[in-house]
Design a protein around this ligand. Structure first.
Ligand SMILES: C[S@@+](CC[C@H](N)C(=O)[O-])C[C@H]1O[C@@H](n2cnc3c(N)ncnc32)[C@H](O)[C@@H]1O
Length: 318
């Protein structure tokens, strides 16, 4: 493993409730007309993320090259491991942390920035929980709904087009909030966390990952890396820890695994180079060029210790 432990499984001071195929679709499914219905309220950062993930290049790249079901950083046991296997391990590792909550009768989970729904299907299928999968990209959501139908999980997973800065649901509704590599896209991460606090039940838990800047990252050095995703800034372990404290959450565990971020981007770049010639009908050459350059910037910034990544797990007191 490339992982390095920052702190793990601190004794839980938070009162927990006792409750304890990817289809080989070459082209995109028919995407219902991408409506403008909620768009007027979307901030610039949200619209930027939406446009990015809706674009045919990005959708085809993430679906066919990055991993298909799971489009987040993987946990690699060896450097050449298939991206999909390592990515699934991230979901499994996070799931173990909240398994008690998810096994309870009527457990409800919200996945913020749910992509193609790999985690939602694993969690709903394994634990029988109800999942609200909230995601701003209608193109991804169309593929997600299709895969849910194909795997018989459509009843358990509600896929909602929307923005996690303004969660379209009521207060104290969910036992678990889950997010993988999505909150970095927000222009107002403090607001995302306070929305999560609002929709979590007392005693509920948040488990999430996010590519971040290191707590001691020098100013300005991340500009080339941020350009790949059109991001003005990133969160950090210190930022999320401070926000959690200010919301009164207890830290259940924070695991820093920056080596996995580097390993993952190296694997994605290798895979893209190896498959490049066969992708011409799916992804434009210009996009591939930009992506390879962008991945190179993320690998370099990770190796220099400017970027970081890991699993964060907090509990809202009962
Ligand atoms: C790197 S992908 C990760 C997807 C998924 N969590 C996974 O791990 O496979 C980032 C996701 O965040 C979503 N996203 C970005 N900004 C969002 C927002 N403001 N509200 C909801 N989803 C958002 C994108 O549409 C995309 O699906």
């Amino acid at each position: 493993m490339y992982g390095e432990l920052r702190s793990t499984g601190k004794t839980r001071s938070c009162t927990r409730k006792a409750r304890n195929n990817n289809g080989s679709i070459r082209s995109r499914p028919v995407i219902p007309e991408i409506t403008r219905k909620n768009m007027s309220s979307y901030s610039e950062a949200v619209s930027t993320a939406r446009d990015y993930y809706n674009s045919e290049d990005a959708d085809n790249f993430y679906f066919h090259v990055w991993g298909g079901e799971d489009i987040h950083i993987g946990l690699y046991e060896s450097p050449q491991e298939p991206i999909a296997e390592a990515s699934r391990r991230t979901v499994e590792t996070m799931a173990e942390r909240v398994a008690g909550h998810l096994s309870a009768a009527d457990a409800k989970l919200i996945d913020l920035g749910s992509g193609y729904g790999g985690a939602a299907r694993l969690l709903a299928g394994r634990y029988g929980c109800q999942v609200l999968a909230l995601n701003v990209s209608e193109a991804e959501n169309a593929r997600h709904r299709q895969m849910n139908r194909e795997t018989g999980l459509a009843e358990r997973i509600e896929v909602v087009d929307g923005n996690f800065e303004d969660i379209p649901d009521g207060n104290a509704r969910f036992d678990v909030a889950w997010s993988q590599d999505a909150i970095l896209h927000s222009g107002n991460r403090a607001r995302v966390l306070s929305e999560i606090d609002r929709v979590l039940k007392p005693g509920g838990e948040l488990v999430f990952t996010d590519p971040m800047q290191a707590d001691d990252c020098p100013d300005g050095v991340l500009a080339p890396a941020l350009a790949r995703l059109h991001l003005p800034s990133l969160g950090s372990f210190a930022f999320y820890g401070d926000q959690a404290r200010s919301l009164g959450w207890e830290e259940v565990g924070v695991v820093e695994m920056t080596g996995q971020l580097v390993a993952h981007y190296v694997r994605v770049a290798e895979e893209l180079r190896a498959r490049r010639s066969g992708l011409s009908e799916l992804v434009s050459e210009a996009y591939v060029e930009r992506m390879l350059k962008g991945l190179g910037n993320w690998i370099e910034a990770g190796r220099k210790g400017y970027l970081t990544w890991g699993i964060m797990h907090f509990c809202k007191p009962a």
